[in-house]
Design a protein around this ligand. Structure first.
Ligand code: FES
Length: 159
């Protein structure tokens, strides 16, 4: 393991404190983009939390990812307002456009589709978020247009 670890998981601060595991995992994901095996090993070693428990928490909460995501993370809201406003059709349009299923990453690692429960802007339903950009009041046609813009930007033709 690297001498210059990004974490300072002091055993005396976290040992036996299961509630502290979530912030540790959040920090690991912020740093690496997802929960890596190395971080799980590091948390286990530094905090004394069993590996099975760490995996249990990481797989229980939808906020944690155990696989890397693409350069552009597409969060498709399936909260109540978005669901009744056509979130399923939006997801299908994205899947069709990118050629992947929800939860997957494109082979070129440019896009990942993820379902979320509410993006906090229900009046704009249906809503998606691509990285930090929010797109609301979407139709299938509009979402395809948004994706094309992000595809062009991702390959350097725009911006
Ligand atoms: S339900 Fe989609 S933003 Fe709230």
């Amino acid at each position: 393991m690297s001498e210059q670890r990004k974490y300072d998981f002091k055993k005396q601060h976290y040992a036996g404190e299961e509630g502290r595991l979530i912030p540790l995992l959040q920090r690991a994901q912020e740093t690496d983009g997802y929960i890596t095996r190395e971080r799980i090993t590091e948390i286990h070693r530094d905090c004394g939390i069993p590996v099975a428990q760490i995996y249990g928490v990481a797989t229980f909460y939808a906020q944690f990812r155990l696989h890397p995501v693409g350069k552009n993370l597409i969060k498709v809201c399936h909260g109540t307002a978005c669901h009744v406003s056509g979130a399923n059709a939006i997801t299908e349009a994205i899947e069709k456009t990118l050629g992947i299923c929800n939860g997957e990453t494109t082979p070129d690692k440019l896009f990942t589709i993820e379902t979320v429960s509410c993006l906090g802007c229900c009046s704009l339903a249906p809503v998606i978020m691509i990285n930090n950009d929010t797109h609301g009041n979407l139709t299938e046609k509009e979402v395809k247009k948004v994706l094309k813009q992000h595809q062009r930007a991702a390959i350097g033709e725009v911006q």
